[in-house]
Unconditional design. Structure first.
Length: 137
């Protein structure tokens, strides 16, 4: 029993939340001629970019799925050491400035709407999600 508890404690000790690492990763989007790319962003700068087969995803990073989307630079090139100013285009368009996602103008005007639209089950937990659903727009 003690071994089982020790093993569980070691497994949980190795876990980290995406917020703790501060690393953001965009996975699966088309980047130039690369169909399935990985872009790793840390401290507002691109630290790695390339095909999924060659660029590892760091443990504990916050992952943005980009499958079916394209990544374009918003200013400079997409290469290590450059500021993470990116545009993720697909059915919707998301912009990143210095490693932080920028909310569209409509969501800046209605901050409660942004809470409801940004994966509430993951960010706030099921109980808070149910509470937020009762708030009218």
């Amino acid at each position: 029993m003690k071994r089982l508890l020790l093993l569980a404690a070691m497994a949980l000790g190795g876990c980290s939340s995406p917020d703790a690492s501060g690393v953001k990763v965009i996975v699966g989007a088309k980047l130039g001629a690369i169909d399935y790319s990985v872009v790793v962003i840390e401290n507002g700068k691109i630290t790695a970019a390339g095909p999924q087969s060659q660029v590892p995803v760091p443990k504990g990073s916050a992952i943005t799925r980009g499958i079916g989307m394209t990544i374009e630079p918003d200013g400079g090139p997409i290469e290590p050491g450059q500021p993470a100013n990116l545009i993720l285009k697909g059915a919707t368009e998301r912009k990143m400035h210095n490693g932080e996602w920028i909310a569209p103008p409509i969501l800046r005007q209605f901050p409660r709407a942004s809470i409801r639209l940004q994966e509430p089950l993951i960010r706030f937990g099921i109980a808070d999600h149910l509470l937020l659903r009762r708030v009218p727009f």
